[in-house]
Design a protein around this ligand. Structure first.
Ligand code: NAP
Length: 268
């Protein structure tokens, strides 16, 4: 079903689309009428069972086109190559989903956190996301100037960690606070061009990223951590993204949507 009101199909560039939240976002956006450029660190065109190859199949089943745009979002050269590939294939980019991200390889007390872990997590999540957005935003401005009826948009997938303290993964929390502020800043800077920017803030979502702490989160959920009393699924995040991507929040740039089962509610 094509819900997005455009003459030709709009194009969404989804980073970290090979699995987890990004995978779900890519598939749900395809269902509402977007063609998809999906990024991850690698792509094996012969593999249709996992990674970008599997997502390609799911996207194509909806009738949408799919371009694999592998690359490291923390590498400035890769960013330009990926954008060139997207424009070479589709000639436009209407929606950027900044989803790719990494957790620390090892959770450790912030008093023991090595600089290498700080650099890696900040390098991908904050620096990589910022400069990719800067690059794509420049292109979106050209597009908006060429066609004032076009309203490209950008969605940052941050985290409740943007303002929740986890001292055993301080670098991740700081990176997500940076992404949250980046969304805020880009919303302000790009408003004059009709480019809306939103932040989607997931809570505890069942993916590879949280598999390593599954038992801990199972226990916390059993103990009542989450008002809605369950794990989030990647599709919960994708549905929030789809609601924004349909263009139904035109006068709400800079808005934050939390997808956390109510973890935003302070309780006594
Ligand atoms: P995931 O299952 O670990 O998937 C991460 C995705 O990001 C993969 O597609 C991975 O590609 C890609 N990626 C990682 N580093 C990259 C890089 N340098 N360049 C390009 N792609 C890269 O994670 P997830 O749980 O779906 O998380 C997705 C986003 O949501 C992240 O930003 C995460 O911080 C955020 N988030 C997750 C949760 C949660 O509970 N799961 C909660 C809040 C926020 P490869 O397959 O090539 O590695």
């Amino acid at each position: 079903m094509t819900d997005v009101p455009e003459e030709s199909r709009p194009v969404a560039f989804v980073t970290g689309a090979s699995r987890g939240i990004g995978r779900a976002i890519a598939i749900e956006l395809a269902r509402i009428g977007y063609d998809i450029a999906g990024n991850a660190t690698s792509y094996d065109p012969a593999n249709h069972d996992s990674g970008l190859g599997e997502v390609e199949e799911r996207v194509n089943e909806t009738g949408a086109s799919f371009l694999a745009a592998p690359g490291d979002i923390s590498c400035i050269d890769d960013q330009q190559q990926m954008l060139n590939a997207v424009l070479g294939r589709f000639g436009r980019i209407d929606l950027l989903i900044n989803n790719a991200g990494v957790a620390p390889l090892q959770r450790r007390d912030m008093l023991e956190m090595p600089p290498e872990s700080f650099d890696r997590v900040i390098g991908v999540n904050a620096r990589g996301t910022f400069f990719l957005t800067q690059l794509v935003a420049r292109r979106m401005i050209e597009q908006a100037n060429e066609n004032p009826d076009a309203h490209p948009s950008i969605i940052f997938i941050s985290s409740i960690s943007a303002n929740v303290s986890s001292p055993t993964r301080a670098e991740y929390c700081m990176s997500k606070a940076a992404i949250s502020q980046a969304a805020h800043l880009f919303a302000d800077r790009l408003a004059e061009f009709g480019i809306n920017v939103y932040e989607v803030r997931p809570g505890i979502i069942r993916t590879d990223m949280t598999a390593v702490v599954e038992d801990k989160y199972d226990r916390l959920i059993d103990e009542g951590l989450i008002p809605q009393n369950r794990w989030g699924q990647p599709e919960d995040v994708a549905r929030a993204v789809v609601a924004l991507a349909r263009g139904d929040f035109p006068y709400s740039t800079g808005m934050i949507i939390e997808v956390s089962g109510g973890m935003n509610i302070r309780r006594l």
